[in-house]
Design a protein around this ligand. Structure first.
Ligand SMILES: [Zn+2]
Length: 405
């Protein structure tokens, strides 16, 4: 009987293959790059229209008090079914900046759609919308409903979109599960790392090169302060997670010291200021508040050794997320993926952060599963396979049928 349902879903989706591709091409053409957060309203209106056509009762939710650099920030919400049990589909329609403007014109070649955001994650969004519509039209949502949340700022921390959903009480902790269609490459991500980002400012005193002895060189101080952080990064890389990961990804907590750095006013002036960033993706086993304290202590101690004047700002602090692979909601998802893909998926920890955290924090089992691959998703040749997009849609529909009846 399950096979019959899966086949029906696949037939329903195959009949809409051209529509799905056309919608993805339309979404790719909107340059919703973030940063800076362009064209978000325009992208949201296309999504609303698509949801309307699919009978998903869309609404656009404005976000009060959002930062002004985001252009028309909002959340698009849609619903399929009206029963009590609740399943969330979640996605983001912002994309990382393009390497070339040509990436905003989708190209179809050898069963692939190539373009910015095809994998991360406009292809996943198309899959979720058609999956929700298939589940509704085929009568699979007997006792429940799917709520689709599409947010606009995942690439810069998602505090505006997903943060608003949480703070406004729009995520119901009683939901049976949440899935986000991020490019998980055929695996199910049941865990994701947390993030700590810092900006370290070093203050010195300017002086002309001819009177350099009168200045305080902020760059020199910065070098001294960065050194113990490099040692810290090496130590953290050696602390491995117990969660299974993609074998190509390193199992330690990953840190980048100096991803951005700068300072000084000219080559012939002692730099009066300098700054650098520290960015870390922490395994779920680590205590993030404790690690912020430890980082700050390392910086302060190094500054004290040389009498440097330094200030530290935490620019991002995002908890990790995990759901046990043996949780019934996880087992059901794995079974459904196995049925649709014909092979049993692996459970893995995502090397980055995932929006599953906003739901997992409330006790909702939360997973990343979607078409495309993470390793191509921020690069110049980003693509998604059309068949993979339809398979993901079938998984979403089938999962909703299982979880909501
Ligand atoms: Zn993404």
């Amino acid at each position: 009987m399950h096979t019959t349902t899966t086949r029906q879903i696949q037939e329903w989706l195959d009949g809409r293959a051209r529509e799905m591709t056309a919608l993805l091409e339309r979404l790719v053409a909107v340059e919703s790059e973030n940063p800076p957060g362009r064209a978000l309203g325009r992208c949201a209106r296309i999504l609303r229209e698509a949801m309307d056509d699919l009978g998903l009762s869309p609404e656009i939710i404005e976000i009060p008090g959002a930062p002004p650099d985001l252009e028309e920030p909002c959340i698009v919400r849609g619903t399929a079914g009206d029963g009590d049990r609740l399943l969330y589909f979640h996605g983001h329609f912002d994309v990382v900046p393009a390497q070339s403007d040509r990436q905003f014109t989708a190209v179809r070649r050898d069963g692939k759609i190539i373009g910015r955001g095809t994998a991360d994650m406009k292809g996943g969004i198309v899959g979720m919308l058609y999956g929700a519509a298939a589940a509704k039209e085929l009568g699979l949502l007997r006792e429940g409903r799917i709520v689709v949340h599409l947010v606009c700022d995942e690439e810069t921390g998602s505090v505006v979109g997903a943060g608003h959903l949480r703070d406004a009480g729009m995520i119901d902790p009683a939901a049976v599960a949440m899935v986000t269609g991020e490019p998980s490459g055929g695996s199910i991500w049941n865990a994701a790392r947390g993030a700590i980002s810092l900006r370290v400012e070093v203050h010195g005193r300017e002086a002309h090169v001819g009177q350099a002895d009168r200045g305080v060189n902020a760059f020199q101080h910065m070098l001294h302060i960065a050194r113990p952080l490099e040692r810290y990064a090496a130590e953290m890389a050696g602390r491995h997670t117990a969660f299974p990961m993609d074998p190509d990804d390193a199992p330690g907590t990953m840190l980048v010291v100096g991803g951005r750095s700068g300072g000084g006013s000219n080559f012939n002036v002692v730099p009066g200021s300098a700054y650098f960033t520290v960015d870390g993706r922490y395994n779920p086993e680590e205590d993030l508040d404790g690690e912020v304290e430890r980082l700050t202590a390392l910086i302060d101690e190094a500054a004290r050794e040389i009498g440097a004047d330094v200030s530290v700002r935490v620019t991002q602090l995002q908890p990790s997320a995990s759901t046990e692979a043996r949780h019934p909601a996880a087992a059901t998802l794995a079974r459904v993926v196995g049925e649709v893909d014909g092979a049993q998926p692996r459970f893995e920890m995502c090397a980055g952060i995932l929006e599953t955290r906003w739901y997992a924090q409330l006790g909702i089992p939360a997973f990343g599963y979607g078409p495309g691959r993470l390793d191509v998703s921020h690069g110049p040749d980003e693509y998604v396979e059309e068949a993979a997009m339809r398979r993901a849609a079938a998984v979403y529909a089938r999962y909703a049928g299982e979880m909501l009846s």
